[in-house]
Write a protein that binds this ligand. Structure first.
Ligand code: FES
Length: 188
């Protein structure tokens, strides 16, 4: 028969061995958990970037577009309407829309291009041959052929767009501007 002290010693050794194994297991468990959390965090970065993409990017629509040959446009005697296709990026969406603009001449006879968006509340301005004016139908804002405000509620003249000549083509930089403010302010 075993001596009680020996038995007790053996039990203590077993308990201590089990304690060691338990600590090793829990340490390995922690290590695995931390590893899995790290891998999960790394994999979730692209997902979060995708989800947050619309919040991190601003809507943009400005672009350069050809509107006709300089030779053809040089012969205009009154403002001529042109349509350009503009791509807008808004978060994940790509929107293609047609925008109207007017090619005209300033007092010195140089070509100039105006947005047809009224700087008052954004209605479409149109050229009226019989009045020799641009007129906005919404609140009767009126502008001269070179875009100056004649009368009505718009806070400024028509918004002139940047242009340049590439080869024989006149190219316009289409942009949108803030409404209801006295000075031209680009918003997209
Ligand atoms: S929107 Fe053009 S005058 Fe009001």
């Amino acid at each position: 028969m075993d001596h009680p002290e020996e038995m007790l010693g053996g039990k203590t050794a077993e308990i201590s061995q089990e304690g060691c194994d338990g600590r090793r297991r829990s340490f390995l468990g922690l290590l695995l958990g931390a590893g899995a959390a790290g891998v999960g965090a790394l994999l979730s970065v692209p997902l979060f970037r995708f989800i947050l993409h619309p919040l991190l990017t601003t809507t943009s629509s400005s672009s350069w577009k050809e509107i006709g040959t300089v030779e053809d446009l040089a012969s205009i005697t009154s403002p001529v309407k042109k349509l350009v296709k503009i791509e807008q990026r808004d978060g994940w969406r790509k929107i293609v829309s047609e925008k109207a603009l007017y090619v005209s001449k300033d007092a010195t006879g140089r070509l100039c291009v105006f947005s047809s968006v009224c700087p008052h509340l954004g209605c479409s301005i149109a050229w009226h041959d019989e009045k020799s004016n641009f007129v906005c139908p919404c609140h009767n804002g009126q502008f001269t052929a070179d875009g100056k405000l004649l009368e009505g509620p718009p806070p400024r003249g028509m918004d002139q767009l940047e242009i340049k000549v590439e080869g024989d083509m006149l190219v316009v930089h289409y942009q949108n501007f803030r409404q209801l403010v006295p000075h031209k302010e680009v918003i997209a």
